[in-house]
Design a protein around this ligand. Structure first.
Ligand SMILES: [Zn+2]
Length: 342
């Protein structure tokens, strides 16, 4: 029988101090050239080992080979000039200096396929790989070539589909698209956001997921959360459309957030990766707290479709804290699994 409540993480895990500055988001590499290549692979192995040691069921690369969840992918594309930078407002929240789209965008060569192959060679457990979603990609760039955001999103969807097909061929079991922008641009999500996401997964036979969150525990995000009031109903905007889409799984934020749990009902039928670990605090959840979140979620998602997860990536956390949180996730899921099998 298939194991109930398989655990996984939303994506990134902390990098070792010899590879990149700890507790820093988008930290520059400490190694160069061949040493960097080898260092990234060593870190990937270490990250995999930590997930296995904690008993995580669906493992990932911990995003050890990426500096940034969006720009590392974009760096490998043609049509984007990283020297030509403009300041734009990201997700309507904070200003950042971003690269400029100066011509037709294209994928010159596979981006993560070698890394995914490496991960596949080192584990027989199911593996999940994260890619940025089309809407979040366009929101992290200055568009000086395509007439509209939508046009550029369709181009990225086509490129992401090429990459996703090759990741699938490399043995990836779940391909996840990170779309925090779905929590911000509601009209666009419904006009073309979900449609471009479906273009990105076109023809895939492996499982597909979309991760929609309230971001890393950085100041711009925690300040934004303070403005959202007592009930965060952002998911209400995208979920009905996602429920009708071809996406298999939805990864969302729950624990310590003000998302009303009943919103999960809006994606009934989908597999739900329920965030039972808060990534915005160094406090390590107890297994009982994790179990409590999962029990609440079970009111709105069938047990065979519940996937205990973290709210978002854990890259900026100290490694000790991230390890503690992985253990808590695993132990909390085990409590509820036992209850379900009684
Ligand atoms: Zn996230």
């Amino acid at each position: 029988m298939k194991k109930l409540l398989p655990t996984s993480t939303a994506g990134s895990l902390p990098k070792p101090a010899w590879l990149a500055q700890p507790e820093t988001l988008w930290s520059p590499w400490k190694l160069q050239g061949d040493e960097l290549t080898e260092g990234k692979h060593d870190a990937l192995r270490l990250s995999l080992q930590e997930q296995r040691h904690a008993g995580i069921d669906i493992v990932s690369d911990g995003e050890q080979t990426r500096q940034h969840f969006v720009t590392t992918f974009i760096e490998h594309l043609s049509g984007v000039d990283f020297e030509k930078r403009e300041t734009v407002r990201i997700r309507d929240r904070y200003d950042a200096s971003v690269p400029t789209v100066v011509g037709a965008v294209a994928r010159r060569k596979p981006v993560f396929v070698e890394d995914a192959t490496f991960l596949r060679q080192h584990t027989r457990q199911p593996i999940k790989w994260a890619l940025p979603g089309p809407m979040t990609m366009i929101d992290t760039l200055y568009n000086n070539h395509y007439k509209s955001r939508e046009k550029l999103a369709w181009e990225f969807a086509r490129i992401l589909n090429e990459e996703a097909r090759e990741l699938q061929a490399a043995g990836v079991d779940i391909i996840q698209f990170d779309e925090p922008a779905f929590n911000v641009f509601f009209d666009e999500v419904n006009d073309w956001g979900v449609a471009t996401l479906e273009r990105a997964i076109e023809g895939l036979e492996c499982e597909t997921a979309v991760h929609i969150c309230y971001g890393y525990g950085i100041k711009a995000n925690t300040d934004w959360k303070k403005t959202l009031g007592s009930a965060w109903r952002q998911y209400e905007e995208a979920f009905p459309k996602l429920q009708k889409s071809n996406i298999d799984m939805v990864s969302l934020e729950c624990h310590n957030s003000r998302v009303p749990m009943e919103l999960i009902e809006l994606i009934r039928g989908k597999k739900v990766m329920v965030g039972a670990i808060d990534v915005a605090t160094h406090a390590i959840e107890t297994p009982e707290e994790v179990a409590d979140t999962l029990r609440k979620a079970l009111q709105f998602v069938d047990a065979d479709k519940l996937y205990p997860c973290t709210n978002c990536g854990m890259a900026p956390l100290p490694r000790r804290v991230a390890r503690g949180k992985l253990n808590a996730l695993s132990a909390g899921a085990a409590i509820v699994r036992r209850e379900l099998q009684e």
